[in-house]
Design a protein around this ligand. Sequence first.
Ligand SMILES: Cc1cc2nc3c(=O)[nH]c(=O)nc-3n(C[C@H](O)[C@H](O)[C@H](O)COP(=O)(O)O)c2cc1C
Length: 217
Amino acid sequence: MSVEEALAAARAQIEEYRGRIRSLDDNSRDLMFREARNHNLWQDREVSDDQLREAYELARMGPTSANTQPMRIAFVRSKEAKERLNTHVNGPNQEKTFAAPVTAIVSYDNTFFTDFPRFNPIRPEMADRFSGNAEMAESFSRIQAILQGGYFIMALRAVGLDAGAMGGFNNKAVDEEFFAGTPVKSIFLCNIGYGDVSGIKGPRLYRYAFDEVCDVL
Ligand SMILES: Cc1cc2nc3c(=O)[nH]c(=O)nc-3n(C[C@H](O)[C@H](O)[C@H](O)COP(=O)(O)O)c2cc1C
């Protein structure tokens, strides 16, 4: 396929899906946003590797700057790996982490730029901006991976799973435990499973209204 043909096909694909759907219906909005909660306790129901893959397949489509995709995820499932993880998790988060079928360590790779020719073959020279500037590579990749982590939480909801994100753990210790000798560093943990509503301790906390935090200029 020529470059022109590939571009025409990509544009046709956008028109095609727009013909099928233009927005989420009310149920989908509830599932993804309005009624979804951050979960603390977990039903005794398994989550398969296929379900994790299904969620990642959606999450990976969320946009990142220059398509860099620096997020990396370690899915902690085995009892042995959970024990290793829990040593570095804050007390109140330990029980949640043990009970969850899977805990994702949502992380980033600050050497992401070495793969520019693959994820952005149109602008491979952009890698030079990062290869000589470790500080920029670090902050850029962390920010982009945090974005991807948000997409990942929403993707879990989209495939019918619940998420319980946690920042209460020792990042440095987790990095040494799981990523020693690699450029990967943790951002947040995310328990994954089917939430047990008895772990919800109160009604939804206040969310800012548009007029409080948004300006239209
Ligand atoms: C990145 C991130 C880190 C969080 N860390 C923790 C945590 O360490 N412990 C905890 O109990 N809840 C944690 N939470 C849950 C939030 O407190 C919760 O999402 C928020 O209060 C809104 O709850 P709701 O989504 O159920 O309305 C975290 C959430 C996110 C997104």
